[in-house]
Design a protein. Sequence first.
Length: 642
Amino acid sequence: MRVFSLSSLFITLGSSLLFQCLGEIEQASSPPRGWNSYDSFCWTISEEEFLQNAELVAQRLRTHGFEYVVVDYLWYRRKVKGAYVDSLGFDVIDEWGRMMPDPDRWPSSRGGKGFTEVAKKVHGMGLKFGIHVMRGISTQAFNANTPILDVTTGKAYEESGRQWRAKDVGMKERTCAWMKNGFMSVNTKLGAGRAFLRSLYQQYADWGVDFVKNDCVFGADFDLGEISYISKVLTELNRPILYSLSPGTSVTPAMARDVNSLVNMYRITGDDWDTWGDVAAHFDISRDFSAANMIGAKGLRGKSWPDLDMLPFGWLTDQGSNEGPHRKCNLNLDEQRSQITLWSMAKSPLMFGGDMRRLDDATFSLLTNPTLLEINSFSSNNKEFPYITNTKCRCRRVRNRPLTCESRNPERNSVMGTLALGLTNCKDVEARGWSPKAIDDDDLDQVCWKEKSRNRDQEPFCLYKRKPLLSSEEYSTYKNHYDGKVHLLATKTTESCLGASRNQKLTSKESKRGSYSPCGWDANQMWELNHNGTLMNSYSGLCASVRKVQANSGSNGIRAWTATGRRGEIYVAFFNLDDDKAEVSMRIADLAKAFPGKNFSTASCKCREEWSGKDFGVVRDSLSAQVEIHGCALFVLNCTYS
């Protein structure tokens, strides 16, 4: 029998044929890991700055599994006076309306080379190259009405005896909600719309791109048609490209099930910046996605991973800034430890956002902590563990009296419920519950959430319906889109309408489930009440739901996660989200609730805490630790069972 080495097969067949011969090569078998330019440079990074950072990633982080270096958004925008994150008319596009790198910031792109030379240099460092792209087509290309490239012929796309252009496929009513001057969806039901998207991704493959971060297509800005078609194109290209979705405001597990098999990672929160509120906002959504078994689910040519966004550590800039890195991370060390521990326990992709040229020792130690990286790549059964207790001690000194402390168990606190408006997949049963309600007003009716089954002591959640405020010209242009659609107002006198996405890129903390803004003709403010009791948004195709949530209380301030290591070890993480120190405890026997089949009632576990380095010896009954404000404790348990 003749044996061929993989290298000889590669030389003989070439990379594209090798890929086809080996069939489905698994992508993202573990959460992707790398560096992204956004947190440190916003949109202004240059070729020189990018390659300097890439070289340092290769030298310092590559051996720890950080393999992607990604240019974040607006690499095609000229950095000149008047240009900013939502300016219009400063972008570089080719004759087919496709984005090209700004030649002043990316000099190797001149002559139509795009990112070819940059990708070659990155590959030469042993890394993979990624770019950020926006939804659909740019407003600049739409206004210029550029022709569409047919990659199969190399000429302008023709169908039904005519040549198709940008204005034929661009959907002006579906502009990116937080970058209205920038980009809009394309109509993927049209052959010309699909041809445009194919021309984009064929170009990225030709440049040598390994990773694409597709923005403003998920969450409140959902565009399943574009995601589905791009995923199809990526399976047909002659090189594997990792597919990432961003951002993720208003994402639910039900919505994510529509896309998880089409992509490799997808954001489930708004932008994460270096504030404790942003970090704390990730705990509930992480819990929900782990409970829904979405961690490491089927993905594009492999697996997919819920993405908690980049790690904003080290030397950073500010959101929306026109300037590069200029300040330190605002999170203290305890807060940074909590963030990267949650990211690891939830198996989120780890994308570092700080300037590599000023990587300090503390940040480097966090990013390369072997226990965290082991958990992130190889652990299983990752989930929130609610079987913990805590005692918080708030101390105060009263005049002429000794120091006194008040201990309390937050689990005994009464919690008031509040209603939160959310967006979810219209197929989800939680989306069904809306019904019309006539009121004594000639102009306005209401739509209410599950009015007949409401609690007697609680007023129904209702919104006022009003026909869209369209001029005669707007109505003539968009009549087909808005027939049967209504605006929704919180009160009958307000001039603000409910929208599915705000006109800004939200942080995780600011990402509220539904927002009101001045009424207009934007599709994200248009709603349709269906016979099955769903209330669908015209922009995203998602449906509104209302659920009862707990108010912020002490019981939400102490969290824990568990996971199983690949060698049988057990990881337990305690988190303190509150503004007081806490003594957190758990019974070893309760681990059986997270790991059924193991008899923890007779187990003895050797225990070590990662951050303090403390060896707890053998623990049998319980495990306790004092956790700092916004801090965490991470335990590694090796148990034997009698």
